[in-house]
Ligand binder design. Sequence first.
Ligand code: AMP
Ligand code: MG
Length: 422
Amino acid sequence: MMNSTLRELSCADDYDPNSMPVDKAREFIGKVLSPITDTERIHIRAALGRVVAEDIVSPIDVPGHDNSAMDGWAYRHADLAPGAVTTVMRRVGTSYAGKPYLGVVARCECVRIFTGAVMPEGCDTVAMQERVTVDGDKVHIPNDLKAGQNRRFRGEDLKTGAVAIRKGTLFTPAHLGLAASLGIGEIKVYRKLRVALFSTGDELKSIGSNLGVGEIYDSNRYTIYGMLTRAGCEPIDLGNFIDSPEEIRGAFQRAAACADVVVTSGGVSVGEADFIKQMLNELGEVLFWKIAMKPGRPMAYGKIQNAHFFGLPGNPVAVMVTFYQFVRSALATLQGRTDYALPPYVKAKLANNVKKLPGRTEFQRGVLTMGANGYEVRTTGDQGSGILSSMTQANCFVVLGTDVGGVEAGTVVDVQMFEGVM
Ligand code: AMP
Ligand code: MG
């Protein structure tokens, strides 16, 4: 059951499963993803963190009327006395936010106005109150304001019929407010992506049980659960399984039957991959890659029945790095997002020496801070791919390119923030 796109892509001249550059792997995965199409209509509050499934068109002008940007005095600019420093105008009323002045303003008349209040008919400019002196109903307006100053125009935020929120947008607090400003209470979103996850390894125990010699707690299922939840997916935790073909076959079948995506950890390294490879070839089409990155070298990607499959390495830091670099953006595409981009690189000065060998892209854990002369980054000490505490201390990756060797303190390096991803 060979997926034709996968087959074509894997036959390309520059395709080398034993040394896949990070960008190439990401591009390859991107080509075989198609977004989900199921949608649901929900209240805008429930839509926070979901992906908008239709263009949202503004049914009204926002704001609905020209209004004042200041507390002050509204007047007609053309009435200013030529050559004078101030012009005396007569107060005829007040316009409050929500309670407009309904009269018509004649020549050299003005209206007391508050922020957000409708501009009275005939007025085009507002003088802020600090610039005005009032003497009974005589108001001295400064002559140096430009026509139209301190006036907000009808429809300047959104015009009737304009697309306010594009299909494929992640719905954030700003979108929540924008939808409310249009009077829209319900929107159409894509259904949540269902992602099944499980861990493999004879040494793994679940929290709540006691550890025997050589056993460890299964932490990957928890980090993956957390990252999937943060990414707006519905995680389906299937547990952990020993390295037995029967157990793992059953787990893959259950996972593919209930989910859009399957994410596993462990079992993809050279020693373990063989039986998994064989089994997955029965169930779908899966490619095993050695990615030219550290941590995170072995990884599998493919389709099991209709589900996309990401086989992440077992090492806890490698799990997080590969999720960040590959799975996160793939999920965004599958969720229907058109606005997703990995956090851009930021330049920062290294505060310590860093060891590295050329040949792979390294994602070292760092702490980015703002120093007196711009961004500084220090690495979090031991960079072993099993040291999960390094992830809890860090707020960014220090990204060191393939050809780079050791880097000295003071060098400017690329940094990629966790925020928004982890
Ligand atoms: P593997 O890729 O299965 O060879 O695992 C590589 C390393 O990661 C080994 O030290 C495993 O014990 C560890 N490891 C694998 N799976 C998990 C897990 N679910 N939680 C914590 N550590 C794991
Ligand atoms: Mg293992």
